[in-house]
Every structure is written in C-alpha cells, then in structure tokens.
Design a protein around this ligand. Structure first.
Ligand code: PHE
Length: 444
C-alpha cells in the first residue's frame, strides 16, 4: 500500500523551516498588514499572539502527534487513530487542501507576474490609476490569468515531484532564510522614511476602544489560517518526523517564526504606506497596487520592489507546496500511485479546477454562488468552514478519542511537566473545540 512510509525529514531544522514555510504565506505578507491595521492594531496583534501561543500551538502539536503516530496520509493517520468516522474527516482535510491550492495557485501566479514585471522595470509607476488598471486587466484577462496560474502550479508540482527531502525541505532551507533577510532589508528602507512613525503607531498602538469582540474573533480566525491548521498539512508533515524530534518544541518554533514573519511584513509595508500618505485600508489591493506605488516614490524603490515580490513568491510557493504534499501523500498511500504519477494527476486536474477560479474574475464573473464569484466563494468556505472543521476533528481526536497516544507523542523525546500535559489535554478537549465552534459560527 504505502510507497513512502519510510520517508523522513533530513534534519530538524529542515522540518521546522518546511512547517514555517507552510504557515508563512500570503496570509502573513498580504493579509496581516491590512488586517492588523483595520482591526485596531495592537488590539488585533495581542490576541493574535495570545491565540497562536495557546490554542494555535496546541493544535499544531495535536496535528503533528496524530501524523507521527499514524504514519501515512492525513486520511490514514486519522483512520488508524480514530476509526471510520475520522477517516471521512481525514479525507475531508485532503479535499480541503486540494481546493485551497486550486485558487491559491491563481494568486501565486499574480505574484510571479509582478515579480517579472518588477525585474524588467515595468511594475513601478507613480500613477495609482495605472496600477489599479494593470491589476484589474490581469485578473480579468482569462487566458493570461490561466497562463500565470499554470506557471505557478508547474513550480509547485516541480518541487513536490522531487520529494520530501530533496524538494520541500531543500526549498524551505534556502528560501525561508532568504525571505527573512529580504524582509529585514525592506524594513530598513521602510522605517527610515520620514513619517514612518505614524505607520508604526497604526500597527502597534493599543487603542482601547478597538478591543472589541469582533476584533478578537478576527484575530482567532487569522491564527488558524496563519498556522495552516485544519487541512491535514501538519498531519502529513508529522508522518515524516523521526521519533527523536521533540514535537512541542518544534511547534513552538513554527509558531514563533509565523508570528515573526507577520510582524515583519507589517513593518515592511505600513511605515512606507503612511510615510507616503497612502490608504492603509486598501485591503486586498494593498500588495498589488499600493505597495508598487510606494516603491515608485522611494530611493532604491525599484530594487526594493524586486525584493518584495521575491518575498511574495517564496511565501506563496512554500505554502502551496505544503498543500500539494497533503494530496500527493494521500494518492500515494490510498491509491497506491507513485509520487510521479500522483503529482502528474494533481498537475493536470488542478490546472482545470484552479482554472475555473482564474476565470471567475473575468468571463466567469456572471456565475456567482451566494453572491460571490467562484474564487471568493472557495476562499470563504475553506477559511470559515472546512479549515475550522478539520481543526475541530483533530482536537477531538487527539484530546478525547486518543489522548494516550497524543500524550505519548508529546513526551517521546523528553518528559514535559504534568501541568503542561494537563493544559494541552484541557485545551484539546474543551478550549479548542469551543473556540473553533465560535470561529465557524461567526464566520458563517
Ligand atoms: N498559512 C498560510 C498563509 O498564511 C495559508 C495556508 C492556509 C496555507 C492553509 C496552507 C494551508 O498564507
């Protein structure tokens, strides 16, 4: 049955960077800066950090523990741990990864297009109208959008075809440190602009009137999305973990790096946006319209733009790779396909399925579901329903159904204090399910 059950990460640091690579994606670089800004700055960031280090980390630990004790695809791991009902939920997480990747790849394609434009010097202009029109023209042009989606998907499949160690781990080991270095270089440029302080205030100043239930719930939803919880990724990555890797400690590192990247992304964008009097609430257009505009007005902006777009591509690629690995591992284990064939099958089918999302901005925009075009609908369902449901399933499995197995995995390398084990158990049994239900209810 299994074709890769003996595959293991080459090193602990390689695994941590691959896990962080999954977590650090467009969510950190694109969503975080404007979400933090529009949700009250510190009133969003403090709960986000709090949720990440409590419930987020506990769910990461649970996913990795289920993955390592199950040793197989996400579906297989949930099945051997919890029986047939969990097998269905496991398949559900695989489907969820597949669907997320289908539209994530479209955005990945935009990132590559913007990177190439910035390299040949065609991106940066100081006319916001041209930038908006260029972005609009890109997303509504079906064939062009399909072509960039195809290119991004090809890169993702290329990495996955190379395998866990030679593909995912190697890419993460080179690209993640590069990402952090580039972010720091851009931050140096951004925070030294005159007027940058207002951007820092916008991001970090605690405005007590912004401490609202809604902002706190948004922070919680963002925590799940940003740690890639609930779509089988850490369960799949956990299957490749050697027994001598300490799961709680690695989860702490992954969470820390994810938070660090979000904050760096905020620091990279917001001070510059404010220094140049742009609108911080530009929302999704912030990265593709406002940021190029900002770069057009600062010294060495053209170089910074290239760096910034490399960051976007790297972040998107390492997350996309993690999504595809979930599906490929499933096809290898459950369908008995070789890695090459499984990747090829995903390559072809995702081109078409993702193509529908790529077309949904232009010609396809007349077809809507619940008032949303296909791209928005899939993003909405995955973020608000399938990912939280996946997280809930793992929490119940690891906390109620198989706590003994989870506890054993947590303490396999070193025995953690009883109090910590109790906290994790309580979080998995009560806290996480309760919070996830709230996230789903408010999301819908
Ligand atoms: N965590 C990723 C990000 O922040 C998004 C993601 C979600 C990636 C789910 C994979 C799976 O962009």
């Amino acid at each position: 049955m299994s074709t890769n059950s003996s595959t293991q990460w080459g090193s602990r640091i390689g695994f941590i960077l691959a896990g962080a690579g999954s977590a650090i994606g467009l969510g950190a670089i694109w969503k975080f800066p404007f979400w933090a800004g529009t949700n009250g700055g510190a009133a969003f960031i403090i709960p986000y950090i709090f949720f990440t280090f409590t419930i987020g980390i506990v769910l990461l630990i649970a996913e990795l523990a289920v993955g390592r004790s199950g040793r197989g695809s996400a579906m297989h791991a949930l099945k051997v741990t919890g029986g047939p009902v969990f097998a269905v939920l496991g398949s559900f997480t695989v489907l969820s990864s597949y669907i997320i990747l289908s539209y994530y790849s479209v955005v990945g394609g935009w990132c590559i297009k913007y990177l190439l434009d910035s390299v040949i010097g065609r991106l940066v202009t100081n006319d916001p109208k041209i930038l908006s029109a260029n972005f609009e023209a890109l997303v509504t042009n079906g064939p062009v959008n399909l072509a960039w989606h195809f290119i991004f998907l090809s890169m993702t499949c290329g990495v996955i075809a190379l395998g866990v160690v030679k593909g995912i781990e190697r890419v993460a080991k080179y690209l993640m440190p590069t990402l952090f270095i580039l972010m720091i270089l851009i931050i140096i440029r951004s925070v030294t602009l005159p007027g940058a302080g207002i951007g820092l205030e916008f991001l970090f100043k605690l405005d007590l009137s912004s401490v609202t239930l809604e902002n706190i719930l948004n922070a919680m939803g963002f925590t799940f999305f940003s740690l890639s919880i609930g779509c089988g990724i850490m369960v799949t990555y956990g299957a490749y973990l050697p027994n001598n890797t300490d799961i709680p400690n690695s989860s702490l590192w992954i969470s820390y790096l994810a938070i660090q990247a979000s904050i760096l992304a905020g620091l990279m964008i917001m001070p510059a946006v404010f220094a140049l009097g742009q609108d911080p609430n530009a929302g999704p257009g912030l990265v593709f319209v406002t940021v190029p505009l900002v770069f057009s007005q600062i010294p060495f902006g053209a170089v910074a733009a290239v760096f910034f777009n490399i960051c976007l591509v790297v972040a998107a690629l390492t997350s996309a790779v993690s999504l595809l690995e979930v599906v490929v591992a499933y096809l290898q284990h459950e369908w008995g396909l070789t890695r090459g064939r499984a990747t090829a099958l995903c390559y072809v089918s995702l081109f078409f399925v993702g193509g529908l999302s790529a077309l949904s901005f232009g010609a396809g925009s007349e077809y809507t579901i619940g008032g949303r075009i296909l791209f928005d609908f899939l993003d909405y369902i995955c973020t608000n329903v399938t990912m939280p449901v996946g997280g809930l399933a793992v929490a119940i499995l690891a906390g109620w159904v198989a706590w003994n197995r989870t506890e054993k995995q947590i303490n396999l390398v070193r025995t953690y204090p009883k109090a910590l084990n109790r906290f994790i158990c309580f979080s998995l049994r009560i806290l996480a399910p309760a919070l996830v239900v709230v996230v789903i209810a408010t999301g819908i």
